[in-house]
Design a protein around this ligand. Structure first.
Ligand SMILES: Nc1ncnc2c1ncn2[C@@H]1O[C@H](COP(=O)(O)OP(=O)(O)OP(=O)(O)O)[C@@H](O)[C@H]1O
Ligand SMILES: [Mg+2]
Length: 366
């Protein structure tokens, strides 16, 4: 996986962003601007360029094209720094076509980098919604493990088919159910094993990362809550066969990895039940930065880190801790804030580049 830093970006017709050229620092980039001026849109443009999808749900061309513009073509033009040379990478998109070019040649699969997006709402959702936790884990494991992504896609397809059979019901579906259960159990065993292994690796980084950022000793752990841990596919298959009548009655697959959960503990207690909102956010940030460390361990390079106004609920000391942590790291960061108080801390970082966005345009930078 290539993980190069983004050096320049120019957008055309991407949401409210005007055609300004952003010249980024390889370390910390602070994006300032009042509400509704284009800070998150800038992060989204970089995320879309590098991850081929938006971090906003159900977002595609129709949402991203400038609604006021006359030209229906969305263009993102970037230059990436490979450490050895500068390489152009661009994207052209219309309603029916998306083309990407690396070094002026069509590039269909790879992107020059991957970016990780951190936003203020994710911490709350991560602690309160098991669906969100599962989706977060699935998408972040998929970034690191292409086989996991593939098998997850197959599992979801099989599970949709299983549930459609269950909704038809009756004795006639039994033979088809036993056939689909062979697939479901094979994929379930694989995915549970990979989730378990991923968490074992990630957990090595979470507690030390919390300490590195916030200078406090707390034991943090993310664990998998699943019936299938250490089960082989034969045992899972037998389980589903045994469940058949009950599943037919309820017309849905009641137990399985599509409903498994992840428990985040803080000093041995459930973080959602026992931690303050600020501590939950600190724990969540440590989880993400632990993930970024694991990413580097695996790929020997960092992703681009996009941090969207995470200052809410962090007091000024914790915010300062976070900024100091970012200063010690080698990854490229883009961090936004509309909060002037927190902005002051960012303004003080000597090596950072500052950007001020107003009505979608770059005002000036320093
Ligand atoms: N497709 C689009 N075309 C034009 N403008 C859009 C489009 N999509 C969103 N916008 C506008 O872009 C503006 C900037 O949005 P953005 O989320 O980037 O603001 P922000 O600077 O991050 O603000 P905040 O500090 O409130 O998070 C909003 O006013 C939004 O209505
Ligand atoms: Mg925003």
């Amino acid at each position: 996986m290539n993980c190069w830093k983004i050096k320049k970006l120019q957008t055309q017709n991407f949401r409210n962003l005007k055609n300004s050229i952003f010249d980024f620092s390889p370390s910390i980039n602070c994006i300032f601007g009042q509400n509704g001026n284009g800070k998150t849109n800038l992060l989204e443009a970089i995320f879309f360029l590098t991850n081929k999808k938006s971090f906003r749900k159900n977002t595609d061309y129709a949402q991203m094209i400038n609604i006021e513009g006359e030209n229906p073509e969305l263009i993102l033009q970037a230059v990436f720094d490979t450490n050895e040379e500068l390489l152009p990478y661009s994207l052209r998109m219309t309603e029916n076509l998306e083309e990407r070019f690396l070094n002026n040649k069509i590039e269909k699969s790879k992107t020059p980098s991957t970016s990780i997006f951190i936003n203020p709402f994710d911490s709350y959702q991560f602690h309160t919604s098991s669906t969100f936790r599962r989706q977060w884990l699935d998408s972040h494991i998929s970034i690191m493990d292409k086989e996991y992504k593939q098998v997850l896609g197959k599992f979801q397809k099989s599970m949709r088919f299983r549930n459609s059979l269950l909704s038809i019901g009756g004795r006639t579906v039994s033979a088809q159910l036993s056939a689909i259960d062979l697939q479901v159990s094979e994929y379930s065993a694989f995915l549970t094993r990979r989730r378990f292994e991923f968490l074992a690796s990630l957990n090595q980084f979470i507690t030390p990362t919390f300490k590195a950022i916030f200078a406090e000793e707390h034991a943090l752990e993310l664990t998998l809550d699943s019936l299938f841990i250490h089960w082989d596919e034969k045992r899972i298959y037998d389980f589903y066969r045994h469940q058949e009548n009950s599943d037919i009655k309820s017309q849905v697959t009641q137990v399985g990895i599509h409903r498994d959960d992840f428990i985040f503990s803080f000093d041995g207690l459930n973080a959602f039940e026992f931690c303050s909102l600020g501590q939950q956010k600190m724990a969540f940030l440590s989880l993400i930065f632990a993930y970024i460390e694991l990413f580097r361990y695996k790929f020997t390079s960092y992703p681009i880190v996009l941090i969207d106004d995470v200052s809410g609920e962090l007091d000024s000391l914790r915010w300062k801790n976070l900024i100091q942590y970012l200063e010690t790291k080698d990854f490229q960061v883009l961090i936004t804030t509309a909060n002037e108080n927190f902005g002051k801390e960012l303004e003080k970082i000597p090596a950072s580049r500052k950007f001020y966005i107003e009505h979608g345009s770059l005002k000036n930078h320093g």
